[in-house]
Write a protein that binds this ligand. Sequence first.
Ligand SMILES: Nc1ncnc2c1ncn2[C@@H]1O[C@H](COP(=O)(O)OP(=O)(O)OP(=O)(O)O)[C@@H](O)[C@H]1O
Ligand SMILES: [Mg+2]
Length: 265
Amino acid sequence: MKILVSGKGGVGKTSISAMLSLIFSRNGYNVLALDTDSVPNLASSLGIPIGEAEKIVPLAKNDKLAEERTGARPGEGWGILFSLTPSVDDIADKYGVKINDRLKLVVVGSIDMSKEGCLCPAIALAKAFLIHVMTRSREVIIVDAEAGAEVFGRGLAEKFDLNITVSEPTIKSLVIARKLIRMADELGIRNNILVVNKVTDELTVARSIKKVFNYERVDYHIVRYDPEVMKLEMLGEGLDKLGPNSIFFKDVHSLYEKILKLKRK
Ligand SMILES: Nc1ncnc2c1ncn2[C@@H]1O[C@H](COP(=O)(O)OP(=O)(O)OP(=O)(O)O)[C@@H](O)[C@H]1O
Ligand SMILES: [Mg+2]
């Protein structure tokens, strides 16, 4: 099961990705969590202390590893021949951060070349790694994607089994989510779930969804606003600290159950 978590900035992609990864792994699934944000912070949400999280070098910025695997030095990207199919088989094992026995995190970083401004060896390496895990791995893969639509433009989108677009419960945010879901659909991701996060009033949300999506069918899931999530965030603590009775845990757990049902289908 390859799951993409998308959505505009600040809606809760990282929090949902982290909680889902923890829940899948605690239920016996081998999970690989991938952070593809240019400002990665999934590690911290998974409970890695800030000081340690800051030391993780994203794959797309790991020039040393890239040189070792592609034979090209940083800055030599353009016009130089370097292997575009570097060996990446062992990267998750060697460079993945172990969160628990069944959960590993690889901080990939952004592979958006236009953003990074070069066809750097490290980006080529990160991209090769992503394609590799997306085509070969049989684990549950959860990708915390960069805000916006960039993630859909990389020839990777169609490899996902499920796109989860996260939205805030506002009309503006839902309009953007609708756009992202349409895009995912056009790119061939067959399953889409809209997660409306930070909800305080479920009735209004249902109405808003109806208004924005009109007659378009959309599978939606509500995750309520949970002050405990904010509190942990303020303390720099991970979501692994959330108890099973917390609102966020419960609502993401029922999302997990929904995903399992999809999988069975
Ligand atoms: N259900 C919730 N209840 C309360 N707070 C939440 C909830 N979901 C997320 N938050 C808070 O909202 C903020 C943004 O969440 P998060 O970092 O997960 O969003 P994001 O979409 O990954 O953001 P970015 O685009 O910056 O990567 C965080 O402070 C987080 O603690
Ligand atoms: Mg994030």
